[in-house]
Ligand binder design. Structure first.
Ligand code: HEC
Ligand code: HEC
Length: 152
């Protein structure tokens, strides 16, 4: 008991020191030195890559990234600019890659005569790219293609 009594002031000191540590000790690559409760100023939007070159996919079932600019394209309940070119019925005229058949199935697997609502907001899954260096280093490599058995 006496030992604990002697230790108490020390524990108190440790607690005070821990509390006094600036919250910026841990630096996050995306946030910089801003403390966790503070709001950071988001970086300016860059210049999206617009080279029209379709990019290889990194794994099976990856939504392909967008190789063209999409600034100002209207996608709301009244109009979907993406479908103006990418709808299956428009592709022969627009020369865009038609959305795949998967985009016309509802969640119970029923084929629909129109794009599925699950696939309406294209940029939930497809994103344009900026040519910026990654903020943290990584050694990500593309997954080897999966070969499915025939007739499956
Ligand atoms: C004016 C016509 C047009 C519009 C509008 C358009 N695209 Fe495209 N898109 C294309 C064409 C053409 C390509 C083929 C590559 C290229 O030329 O850029 C393409 C390529 C793509 C690809 C690459 C597909 C693949 O298999 O690699 C994606 C993903 C895509 N577009 C998504 C979108 C999304 C999402 C929108 C709306 C925000 C959109 N596009 C609006 C014409 C269009
Ligand atoms: C929920 C995610 C999701 C949404 C939303 C979505 N897609 Fe996709 N898309 C995918 C995935 C995953 C693939 C690749 C696998 C496949 O074809 O289903 C794909 C493939 C594509 C392709 C390539 C087709 C091919 O044959 O190579 C195009 C083009 C495309 N999508 C356009 C669109 C457009 C335009 C919209 C909006 C109207 C849209 N997608 C909405 C997930 C999505």
């Amino acid at each position: 008991m006496t030992h604990l009594r002697k230790l108490l002031p020390l524990l108190g000191l440790v607690a005070v020191l821990a509390w006094a540590q600036p919250a910026t000790k841990l630096q996050d690559a995306a946030r910089g030195p801003a403390a966790v409760p503070d709001t950071t100023r988001p970086p300016m939007l860059g210049n999206a890559v617009n080279d029209d070159v379709r990019r290889p996919r990194n794994y099976d079932t990856q939504p392909p990234t967008i190789p063209h600019r999409v600034d100002g394209y209207q996608v709301d309940r009244n109009f979907n600019k993406c479908l103006d070119c990418h709808a299956r019925g428009k592709a022969s005229f627009s020369q865009a890659i038609p959305v795949s058949a998967t985009h016309y199935f509802d969640r119970s697997g029923k084929e629909l005569p129109h794009i599925s609502t699950r696939r309406y907001f294209c940029m939930q899954c497809h994103v344009p790219q900026d040519s910026v260096p990654p903020i943290v280093g990584n050694s990500f490599g593309a997954a080897p293609p999966v070969s499915l058995p025939a007739n499956k």
